[in-house]
Design a protein around this ligand. Structure first.
Ligand SMILES: CC(C)CC(=O)SCCNC(=O)CCNC(=O)[C@H](O)C(C)(C)COP(=O)(O)OP(=O)(O)OC[C@H]1O[C@@H](n2cnc3c(N)ncnc32)[C@H](O)[C@@H]1OP(=O)(O)O
Ligand SMILES: Nc1ncnc2c1ncn2[C@@H]1O[C@H](COP(=O)(O)OP(=O)(O)OP(=O)(O)O)[C@@H](O)[C@H]1O
Ligand SMILES: O=C(O)CCC(=O)C(=O)O
Ligand SMILES: [Fe+2]
Ligand SMILES: [Mg+2]
Length: 336
């Protein structure tokens, strides 16, 4: 449905072949053997902006993600954590912010603290949190995927709660592009930063390397016995034989990943709230698309319904929701 837009010219192909002759595969702790396979014939998923090394580009081209260790400082993450606590305690009120509670707790009594919040979304009006989206060391990498004109389109701070026993802390396998009415996919990238050590015990990210080269798949609510969080659509028919990689990360480590990469996150079996902050960036040169008649129609309808409930009967076009949310963080706002 959505073939990768590779427009590498003959010259670029020749240069790449020369380059490949001189490159040795780099061992990456999470997936060394995945990279060891044959490299791609041309670069489709990264740009020549002089910011990504050849090894980094090849790794992303092949796998659809790139993990950079210690990209965000403890100091920055501690500031983010403090602001998150202030929001949970309702010491600040931020316009546009969505506060979510885990589906297993929504009907219980409201507690104004961090332990009742599973995720906050759309923090673009909170300067202290939005600082994350503007961090120069993150934007430097983002430019290697989106080019110089960069919009921050979607923001989240995920506070994955200890599982209540119903397995609702899981996030089903999905592709983020399902949520986005803009293209091309290759000019969109997510930055996801661990705010503390994450591994399989507290529900780290799980990725299916290489799936960014496939099409956007149909997403629906999984029929999970214990319930499923609002809008946590998942892919029902994915190939179970595909290798899954659990991304073990330390505080400040940041993974950049393609919006077609199939990923999810597992059960949090610890007592702690597993924290991560993320921003989806897109080139401001992307175009909005009409998702009517496509697999994305279900999410469009759901978003419109949420907006109508929140703002008393107001109908807003799906693309206008995104036009309103998006913020320019570098360069010039062109089409988004
Ligand atoms: C790439 C990226 C986009 C991927 C993702 O982010 S996937 C997840 C995206 N999720 C979202 O965007 C969710 C947006 N969430 C929201 O808008 C809100 O949190 C809502 C779920 C609508 C809740 O809004 P809120 O204002 O808190 O309203 P209420 O507490 O009165 O609840 C309204 C109705 O929603 C239900 N609800 C609340 N939280 C959840 C939940 N976690 N899972 C399932 N249902 C939920 C709640 O039970 C209530 O339902 P009724 O009692 O009206 O039937
Ligand atoms: N066999 C599967 N079928 C469908 N979805 C799966 C399957 N395995 C994992 N997933 C999805 O991928 C997510 C991450 O998988 P992962 O195996 O890390 O999580 P988990 O099963 O909750 O934990 P663990 O395997 O460590 O006990 C899960 O939350 C689930 O949504
Ligand atoms: O932090 C996580 O659990 C992953 C969340 C995720 O993939 C998403 O919200 O799109
Ligand atoms: Fe996601
Ligand atoms: Mg499992």
């Amino acid at each position: 449905m959505e073939p990768p837009q590779c427009r590498a010219g003959a010259n670029r192909g020749r240069r790449l072949r020369l380059l490949l002759r001189h490159l040795k595969p780099t061992a990456v702790s999470t997936s060394a053997q995945i990279y060891a396979d044959s490299p791609p014939a041309k670069f489709c998923y990264t740009l020549d902006r002089g910011v990504l090394s050849s090894e980094q580009r090849l790794f992303y081209e092949k796998n659809g993600f790139l993990l950079i260790k210690k990209l965000v400082s403890d100091e920055d993450l501690d500031r983010i954590r403090k602001e998150f606590e202030r929001i949970c305690k309702k010491e600040v009120s931020i316009s546009g912010l969505i506060v979510m509670r885990d589906v297993s707790l929504v009907k219980s009594e409201y507690i104004a603290e961090e332990t009742s919040v599973s995720k906050i979304q759309d923090f673009m009006e909170d300067e202290e949190l939005f600082r994350y989206c503007r961090l120069p060391q993150i934007l430097k990498y983002v430019e290697g995927f989106t080019g110089p004109n960069i919009m921050a389109m979607h923001t989240m701070l995920i506070n994955k709660p200890p599982d209540t026993g119903k397995m609702t802390s899981r996030h089903p396998l999905h592709q983020d592009l399902h949520y986005f009415p803009f293209r091309p996919a290759n000019l969109i990238v997510c930055a996801w930063t661990a705010m503390e050590h994450v591994d399989r015990n507290n529900g780290c990210l799980v990725v299916l390397p290489g799936t960014h080269t496939g099409p956007l798949k149909q997403h629906d609510y999984p029929a999970w016995e214990g319930g499923i969080n609002k809008m946590y659509h998942g892919i029902q028919d994915y190939d179970p034989s595909l290798p899954r990689v659990h991304l073990v990360m330390e505080k400040g480590d940041t993974v950049f990943f393609h919006p077609l990469l199939i990923h999810g996150s597992g059960t949090n079996r610890t007592e702690g709230f597993r924290k991560a902050i993320s921003c989806h960036y897109a080139s401001s040169d992307c175009d909005y698309i009409d998702v009517r008649g496509t697999s994305q129609e279900n999410i469009e309808n759901e978003v419109k319904q949420i907006v109508a409930n929140r703002y008393e009967g107001i109908t807003v076009a799906f693309k206008d929701v995104w036009r309103f949310k998006g913020r320019l963080v570098q360069g010039e706002r062109i089409k988004l």
